[in-house]
Design a protein around this ligand. Structure first.
Ligand SMILES: [Zn+2]
Length: 189
């Protein structure tokens, strides 16, 4: 199930700050939901294999969701709703995935191991710390119930954390939640 929120023109002017078009015709992205949510605002994650360079980006990414939305992400070993792993999965075409994020029962995720986040170090080891944070934050967005929003080539004013590709997010320096991402999570929690 997908739900769509249409932002008003007035909202666009407030949240985007600098519009490309003086006529305000820039199209704001509207969040998409998988139709799943955790039945609590306190969403736990466990830490599997990773590397030291990912510790700070992981902390920053989860703190960003916690600090900017009604959802709270916290690390609780070993059983948790979300598992996090950063490993080398090779040249497979994805820098991160969130397995299970679109699967739930009656819109509610399982209380344990509902979503498995995998960050692919084959690509992301070469990313800066903030770019790593962007990928991790994006996958946690999935783990909270957000689907992709936006095309692969959009003006930066419309590029949000849940944009499907690293390219637009990296070139537009979008490594933390945007208003649309926050609105999506706050609609769920
Ligand atoms: Zn994604």
């Amino acid at each position: 199930m997908k739900r769509l929120k249409i932002m008003t023109a007035a909202t666009v002017l407030i949240v985007s700050g600098a519009l490309v078009s003086p006529l305000g015709t820039t199209t704001a992205e509207a969040y998409n939901l998988f139709g799943c949510r955790h039945n609590t605002v306190n969403v736990t994650y466990s830490l599997g294999a990773t590397a030291t360079a990912y510790n700070s980006p992981l902390s920053s990414a989860t703190a960003n969701w916690t600090n900017t939305t009604d959802a709270n992400l916290s690390q609780t070993p070993p059983a948790a709703r979300i598992s996090f792993v950063a490993a080398n999965y090779g040249n497979v075409g994805w820098s991160g995935i969130a397995s299970g994020s679109s699967t739930c029962s009656g819109e509610i995720y399982a209380t344990s191991s509902a979503v498995g986040i995998q960050i692919n170090r084959y690509y992301t080891d070469a990313y800066t710390a903030t770019q790593k944070q962007g990928v991790i934050g994006h996958e946690f967005g999935h783990a909270l119930g957000l689907a992709h929003t936006g095309a692969t080539s959009t003006p930066c004013a419309s590029v949000v954390l849940m944009n499907p590709s690293d390219g637009p997010r990296n070139s537009c320096v979008v490594y933390t939640t945007r208003a649309d991402d926050r609105n999506g999570v706050n609609a769920l929690y």
